[in-house]
Design a protein around this ligand. Structure first.
Ligand code: SF4
Length: 253
């Protein structure tokens, strides 16, 4: 990632400065409690589990992961099985053919490295600089920035901020990101502004907030511990002052 700090168009960086990541984490911690990071796991497990988690529910991902490890306790067995068998096993996650192709592509490439190791592994990434490890993960087909960032954060303990749909939405509403902001730009902007020591908690607390309060369709702004400084809530307040159509914005009731 570039070390430059671009300013999002149409906003002053002052609005971000008004939000200290530590303050956001503190307020959300008071409501939702301390974060519970997932237990450590091998880097390859983390990558494949994250592939299964893309665009699906936590329960679908967990069911697919449990099936996968039960049916294939060793990764080598995935390559020896027919593709249709892999698809059947991971079906609870949805998009099974697409995910199966990604998993097979990752394992096929690692098979060549396996000649020097006892089993398939990506644990060598622990010894690589973060930028190099990120680039390496991104070269696998079907592995995007969010997936690679999750692996580096959770499995390798690197200060890389994954921006999923909840983090993106909440950060945008708070005014931490410009209204129009691609996923890669959001990774860049938030990654540059959230200090390394807050990245894990910031990521996990914003996901909780997006799931429980800052909902996609009807955010519960009246219950929100961040409302006092939220750009979205401020705009609603201004709108309500200037219009009699108050029913249009009745969030949080
Ligand atoms: S005030 Fe509303 S829009 Fe803003 S962060 Fe809270 S729930 Fe989301």
């Amino acid at each position: 990632m570039s070390s430059a700090k671009p300013q999002p168009s149409g906003m002053s960086w002052e609005s971000f400065e008004g939000w200290k990541p530590a303050e956001i984490c503190r307020r959300l911690r008071e409501v939702y409690g301390p974060i519970q990071p997932p237990p450590p796991e091998p880097v390859l497990d983390s990558l494949i589990r994250t592939v299964l988690s893309q665009h699906t529910s936590a329960s679908g991902c967990q069911a697919a992961w449990a099936n996968l490890r039960r049916r294939f306790p060793r990764w080598q067995a995935v390559l020896q099985a027919p593709m249709a068998e892999l698809v059947r096993v991971i079906r609870p996650a949805g998009l099974a053919w697409q995910r199966a192709r990604t998993i097979r592509a990752i394992l096929q490439e690692l098979q060549q490295l396996k000649a020097h190791q006892s089993d398939f592994s990506l644990d060598f990434l622990h010894d690589w600089p973060t930028e190099k490890a990120l680039e390496y993960l991104l070269h696998f087909p079907g592995v995007g920035l969010k997936t690679a960032a999750c692996v580096l954060l959770f499995a390798c303990g690197r200060p890389v901020l994954p921006v999923d749909t909840h983090v993106h939405r909440v950060a945008q509403r708070l005014g931490l990101l410009p209204a129009k902001c691609s996923a890669s730009k959001a990774h860049q902007l938030l990654g540059q502004q959230v200090p390394a020591r807050w990245i894990l908690e910031f990521h996990l607390q914003l996901i909780r907030h997006g799931r429980l309060t800052c909902l996609a369709r009807r955010p519960r702004c009246r219950l929100c511990p961040l409302a006092a400084k939220c750009a979205f809530w401020r705009k609603i307040g201004e709108f309500r002052k200037n219009t009699t159509n108050r029913k249009a914005f009745s969030f949080g009731k």
